[in-house]
Design a protein around this ligand. Structure first.
Ligand code: RNT
Ligand code: ZN
Length: 417
């Protein structure tokens, strides 16, 4: 698209929004400070780099076999940088423990140390990227159906040790980057079929968490992610939404809202204003469930829009960490990163451009028809001209121009793997 055309459209949009009391320059500034935490696991279908790596287990699944997935740390880093070059703004990278730089060594999960993440810390510094982190309880011979909630003390202790070490690593990352590293804890623990020991499993998970979180870690923040069910663990999930909500509220931890982890008609967006009354911050895993927790690429759908709008309306922009979490192996994986990240930004653009103060005033006066009328009109206001201007100012492709860039990278790089 031509610069002049983008600028002209932006100027018109600016005037249109000014009429509603919205300063688009301020919105552009807010967008610049809106950092996504890009998940490293889209690049390689959640495989990771353990020398001893086995199949993906733990109730999650990446489907599709599109050629060109990252096979090693260098390829993954190159792919992430390529994706970042097509997404406006500055973004974080969210690493799972299995993505360490193990240098050909078999390092079991209870042996991991920051040494295996030093090259990531250096890479992040060189590439102006901050890191977030995740412990990894899946894809391991000791994963089974139960990890931190396992009645077998040996197995439970193995995972407790792993998670404690991960907190040390996250803390070291946070210290190195001068900004807290957000560490997410998700375990797949659950039952495939009928079970009578729900209370026991949840008691064990609670006790494991208490032990894991006992150590103060000043440079990292803990998030805990619940879910509804996993594949092969359909009947019961130990770490349910209620379990972690209660745990977070009581222990001042950050709940992770993964948008694929609820009943199909349940609204993740509606949790924002409820949870933020009781917990310090929220972590998001923005995804797109199709009928189940399928982890399709994020798009501008109603669920994502409503989620971001609820955050802005709550005045909670800086109380939320914006992680992405999807893994589609059926399309170009760099394209998946770019589409999902840009969709999240576009939803945020629209959320920031909503004349919430005006609408709130009307609502408080009982003017229901006017509220609905303005909200409907907002959908079709020229928010895209503001997002295009944001891309332009960040020197990244505007509109569909990123597609040709990814096709070129595919021809030159990923198709040769
Ligand atoms: C699984 C959770 C979890 C994972 C990642 C890979 O249902 O959403 O966040 O997707 O840890
Ligand atoms: Zn998730």
């Amino acid at each position: 698209m031509k610069t002049e055309q983008i600028n002209r459209a932006y100027e018109l949009a600016k005037a249109r929004y000014a009429d509603l009391g919205i300063d688009t320059e301020k919105v552009l500034e807010q967008l610049q400070n809106f950092h996504l935490s890009m998940h490293c696991w889209q690049a390689d279908d959640v495989s990771g780099f353990e020398v001893q790596a086995g199949a993906l287990t733990g109730g999650i699944q990446s489907t599709g076999n599109y050629p060109g997935k990252a096979r090693n740390i260098d390829e993954l880093r190159a792919d992430v940088l390529k994706a970042k070059s097509l997404i406006p703004g500055t973004h974080r990278l969210n690493l799972h423990e299995i993505y360490g730089d193990f240098k050909g060594k078999v390092v079991d999960r209870d042996e991991v140390t920051v040494e295996y993440f030093q090259s990531w810390i250096d890479w992040a510094r060189e590439n102006d990227t901050k890191l977030d982190f995740n412990s990894t309880s899946f894809s391991h011979p000791k994963s089974g159906n139960l990890t931190l909630a396992n009645p077998d003390k040996g197995i439970r202790d193995f995972w407790i040790e792993h998670t404690k070490r991960c907190r040390d690593i996250a803390n070291a990352m946070g210290e190195a980057q001068g900004d807290a590293c957000i560490m997410n804890l998700w375990v797949h623990d659950g039952c495939k079929d009928q079970s009578v020991n729900h209370y026991l499993y949840r008691k064990l998970l609670k006790e494991s968490l208490d032990e894991i979180f006992a150590k103060e870690q000043p440079c990292m923040k803990d998030c805990i992610e619940g879910k509804l069910f996993g594949i092969g663990l359909e009947s019961f999930t130990v770490g349910s939404h209620d379990f972690y909500t209660a745990y977070a509220a009581k222990n001042n931890k950050i709940p992770t809202i993964d948008t694929g982890h609820y009943h199909p008609t349940e609204s993740p967006a509606d949790k924002v204003s409820a949870l933020l009354q009781f917990v310090p911050e929220l972590m998001l895993h923005v995804s797109r469930p199709i009928r189940w927790d399928s982890d399709h690429v994020t798009i501008m759908d109603d669920a994502t829009q409503e989620l971001f709008s609820e955050i802005v309306r709550a005045g909670a922009l800086d109380r939320v960490h914006y992680g992405l979490d999807y893994f589609d192996g059926s399309i170009n994986r760099i394209g998946a990163y770019v589409i999902g990240s840009r969709a999240a930004q576009k939803c945020m653009t629209r959320a920031l451009l909503e004349p919430s103060k005006m609408i709130s005033g009307l609502e408080l006066q009982g003017k229901g028809f006017q509220v609905l009328g303005i909200l409907e009109e907002c959908k079709a206001l020229p928010w895209n001209a503001v997002y295009d201007e944001f891309c332009l100012r960040n020197d990244v492709p505007v509109g569909t121009d990123f597609i040709a860039e990814i096709e070129r990278y595919e021809a030159d790089v990923t198709s040769k793997r």
